[in-house]
Design a protein around this ligand. Structure first.
Ligand SMILES: Nc1nc2c(c(=O)[nH]1)N[C@H]1C(S)=C(S)[C@@H](COP(=O)(O)OP(=O)(O)OC[C@H]3O[C@@H](n4cnc5c(=O)[nH]c(N)nc54)[C@H](O)[C@@H]3O)O[C@H]1N2
Ligand SMILES: Nc1nc2c(c(=O)[nH]1)N[C@H]1C(S)=C(S)[C@@H](COP(=O)(O)OP(=O)(O)OC[C@H]3O[C@@H](n4cnc5c(=O)[nH]c(N)nc54)[C@H](O)[C@@H]3O)O[C@H]1N2
Ligand code: SF4
Ligand SMILES: [Mo]
Length: 752
């Protein structure tokens, strides 16, 4: 039976705001402003105490120090110069992270959904005890009546690890994040099929030492993943050639020797034509290809007719430019890097596009070479003692016919939705969701489907810091404190050398918020799983783990970041190794993928034609702005000051056709009739092709509780109603949506 679960919007400031405990809403703006900025009186560094942390404003996890004054006010965050993720410098978002702590719109207390006699729903403030008891009661009931496998966890961000541990102990394997099927999934599957290893995060790209960096989309500079952006500017200073393939003149394009304004959705044709030039002009790394690769003969035959002239008709890129750029790459080989990208779920054939990128790198001999891809290492911290996890009897995958998505290495978020929506033919058994640190309404495509899945749940628990869209749909809201107020697991991300970094609190949790580790532990206690959280305080866990690797909490509190020696130094680059075996079926780099062939997919990528916009429609393209992260920073006062709303980029030719002026407010309507909630400013610019428009992701919030972000800009997530599924790994291609312009606010019927 479907559960009615209204979006709870606070319309009347009085009752609703009081019920939510959001007293900030009734403050006069002057007070709110003062609180938002904390104490800003001048203070010298000598008067401040610093505490190590790593940033949570995005997932690059730069390490730094939080500075606190004598009154306990957080004053600033500065990068730790010993950290290879930040090299002592934070990006604007990381620096502005203090705004997450001071945000007066933060969730303050646990909340429980209630329904009034007249049917209206609202959130009631609850104590932690009451809220945790209720969640445990719901989880226990689900376990008893349907089995623990009927629970799913969506989790993005470091604190999610506490809930991953809880849900595994509970007995469910259904743990997912939008950073796979909506982000880097196709890349990981493609690189694993080719090299037997994935790209990882931070990416194992040796941008610092490259002589030629090729960006397929990858808008570094707007995508502010810190280490990569720093290395790219270092490479530019050292004279590296940058080649950017993008239908939009991105910041990276502006730093490039070549900008290839490709027709969207045609990249595979360009990549295969490059392979053609490298092979038929004999520019590829012959020794490397012979020694390390499998399937060269088949590849050579496959790309025979994929000439630059052939690709020109598809991509609109001049054949001479295709040849010249291929030669540039070859001249730099092996210190050349065709960047694998990160957000690669574009058109549904994304694993094949990523395969084409992996193949090009192999032809150029860049995998395992200086200036190409290095082999990273990480510190393996021992797991704090706890009982073994129970073995689940079923999983989300049972919702699909046997054999589907065999190559998938992580749980698909959209697969969880499929396993939640009843279907007579399939085993759709999920009934409860815990959502940690991911705003599913903004990050999953096809909002209708997400809402349908949610309406079929027995319960939805959301753990967040802000009143985001997904919070409005929860039955129980558990407010976490921000990363500046808590301990979290040690950062052990892979890098050139293995490093660890500590996150510790710089202030007490504000309001009634609690750290994730405490919330998970308290839930475990109520579920009879206390043995899995056998410690009083998370500091005990950290100190135990750190001592096992020759450090201690005390040491890490002083230094924040610690470097270790590599275990396999000879593996850093490949050329040091004679008989290296890759973890593929053939033990070689597979230009021809035996694994894909066995699963019934093309062993070498083919170009496939994608649907084009109808007359009067334009492809919706989206991406990042340097001062915001997804939807999570749009209410942060520091970053809001830098960018309050997005705009829609429109080519001047198109603007003229529509008689749209720069700065004019318009609405966007997509091919399924979905219209943006708010008008968005037109940005008329040559920097975008005439067949596409562009929006920065993360704006157009409809929740009035986000007092700054509400009503600013347009949401690309609303407009991504159509999904092109990657048949190989279930990634959700999201760039096959088309929009047209409305110059007047549409009537209600359009939005229905
Ligand atoms: N400031 C900031 N930085 C971030 C993030 C953030 O939220 N804010 N998020 C981080 C995360 S999780 C990720 S995954 C990355 C995402 O960042 P990237 O991995 O760089 O994302 P892309 O989708 O490759 O890049 C978007 C670019 O692709 C171009 N594009 C669109 N269609 C096509 C096409 O058909 N062909 C080609 N060649 N290009 C096309 C767009 O015009 C745009 O410039 O950013 C990370 N860095
Ligand atoms: N339309 C569209 N969809 C996209 C993308 C896009 O560009 N366009 N990008 C895709 C990509 S690349 C990715 S990686 C995903 C990212 O998707 P998400 O990870 O869902 O990113 P956000 O939308 O920022 O959601 C983060 C949520 O975490 C909350 N949060 C922040 N800090 C904390 C904390 O310390 N604790 C807790 N408990 N919660 C916290 C925020 O308030 C917010 O609700 O989205 C994907 N989906
Ligand atoms: S890149 Fe910026 S936002 Fe991301 S972790 Fe580093 S400082 Fe924080
Ligand atoms: Mo991402």
């Amino acid at each position: 039976m479907k559960t009615r679960r209204d979006f709870i919007k606070i319309t009347a400031a009085g009752a609703g705001a009081a019920a939510l405990g959001l007293h900030a809403l009734s403050w006069d703006s002057a007070t709110a402003q003062f609180i938002a900025n904390g104490d800003t009186s001048p203070v010298s560094d000598e008067e401040l105490t610093n505490y190590p942390t790593y940033c949570e404003v995005c997932f690059w996890k730069c390490a730094g120090f939080t500075y606190v004054d004598k009154k306990g006010n957080i004053r600033k965050i500065i990068g730790n110069k010993d950290d290879p993720h930040s090299n002592g410098r934070f990006c604007p978002r990381g620096t502005g992270g203090v705004g997450m702590y001071y945000d007066e719109d933060r969730l303050q207390t646990p909340l429980i959904r209630e329904t009034k006699a007249d049917g209206t729903q609202y959130f009631r403030k609850a104590s932690w005890d009451e809220a945790l008891n209720l969640v445990a009661e719901k989880m226990n009931k689900l376990r008893l009546e349907h089995g623990p496998e009927c629970l799913a966890l969506f989790s993005h961000g470091t604190g999610g690890k506490h809930f991953t541990h809880l849900v595994k102990a509970f007995g469910s394997p259904n743990i997912t994040a939008p950073s796979f099927a909506q982000c880097r999934g196709p890349r990981e599957v493609a690189f694993t099929a080719t090299y037997g290893e994935d790209v990882m995060s931070p990416e194992r790209t040796d941008i610092r030492d490259t002589k030629c960096l090729v960006l397929i989309g990858s808008h570094l500079g707007e995508n502010m993943h810190n280490g990569q952006v720093q290395e790219m500017s270092e490479a530019i200073d050292n004279g590296a050639t940058i080649i950017t393939v993008d239908p939009r003149f991105s910041t990276a394009a502006s730093k490039s020797k070549y900008w290839l304004p490709i027709k969207p959705a045609t990249d595979i044709a360009l990549l295969m034509a490059w392979a053609h030039v490298l092979i038929y002009e004999e520019l590829y790394d012959k020794d490397y290809v012979e020694k390390y690769t499998f399937g060269f003969k088949e590849l050579k035959e496959h790309v025979k007719s994929m000439t630059p002239e052939w690709a020109y008709g598809i991509t609109t890129i001049d054949p001479n430019v295709i040849r010249d750029t291929a030669r540039e790459m070859a001249a730099a080989s092996p210190a050349v890097l065709v960047h694998p990208g990160r957000h690669v779920t574009w058109y549904g054939d994304d694993t094949q596009r990523s395969r084409a990128i992996a193949i090009l790198n192999a032809l150029l001999g860049s995998w395992g070479r200086r200036g190409g891809f290095y082999n990273p290492e990480k510190v393996h911290l021992p797991k704090y003692p706890s009982p073994p996890y129970p073995k689940p009897k079923r999983s989300w995958k049972d919702a699909y016919p046997p054999g589907k998505y065999n190559l998938v290495s992580e749980v698909l978020s959209t697969g969880i939705c499929d396993a939640t929506i009843p279907n007579a033919d399939l085993d759709c058994h999920l009934r409860g969701w815990i959502v940690y640190g991911t705003n599913l309404m903004a990050s999953l495509p096809d909002q209708k489907k997400t809402l349908e899945a949610i309406s079929n749940l027995d319960f939805l628990v959301v753990i967040d810091t802000m009143p985001m869209d997904i919070v409005q749909l929860a039955d129980v809201v558990l407010p976490e404190c921000t990363y500046l107020e808590r301990y979290d697991p040690i950062r052990t991300s892979p890098h050139r050398e293995p490093y660890i970094a500590l996150r510790m609190p710089a202030a007490e949790p504000k309001h009634e918020t609690k750290p994730g580790w405490w919330i998970a532990k308290e839930l475990a206690k109520r579920l009879g799983l206390g043995d899995y959280f056998n410690y009083e305080n998370y500091e005990d866990v950290l100190d135990w783990q750190l001592k096992k690797v020759g450090s201690s909490l005390e040491e890490m509190k002083r230094i924040g970041v610690k470097k270790f020696n590599r275990e396999f130094d000879d593996l850093y680059f490949l050329q040091n190794l004679e008989d290296f075996e890759f973890n593929t079926n053939t033990g070689k780099i597979e230009l021809y993928s035996t694994e894909l062939e066995m699963e019934g997919f093309d062993p070498i990528p083919k170009y496939t034609h994608h649907e084009e916009p109808a007359d009067g429609y334009y492809r919706l393209n989206y991406g990042r702005a340097p001062m915001h992260t997804f939807s999570r920073t749009s209410n942060n006062h520091n970053l809001w000051d830098l960018m309050k709303e997005n705009s829609v980029w429109i080519n001047p030719k198109v603007a003229k056709l529509w008689d749209i002026e720069n700065g004019q407010l318009i609405w966007l309507k997509n091919q399924d009739g979905v219209v943006t909630d708010f008008p968005v400013k037109a940005r008329v610019t040559e920097r975008i092709r005439w067949d596409s428009v562009y929006l920065v992701h993360g704006f157009g919030h409809t929740n009035k509780k986000l007092t700054r972000a509400y009503g600013h800009g347009a949401s690309d997530s609303n407009l991504v109603s159509k999904v092109h599924m990657d048949p190989i790994m279930g990634g959700t291609g999201m760039r096959g949506n088309f929009v047209t312009f409305l110059k007047e606010k549409p009537g209600k019927e359009v939005n229905a």
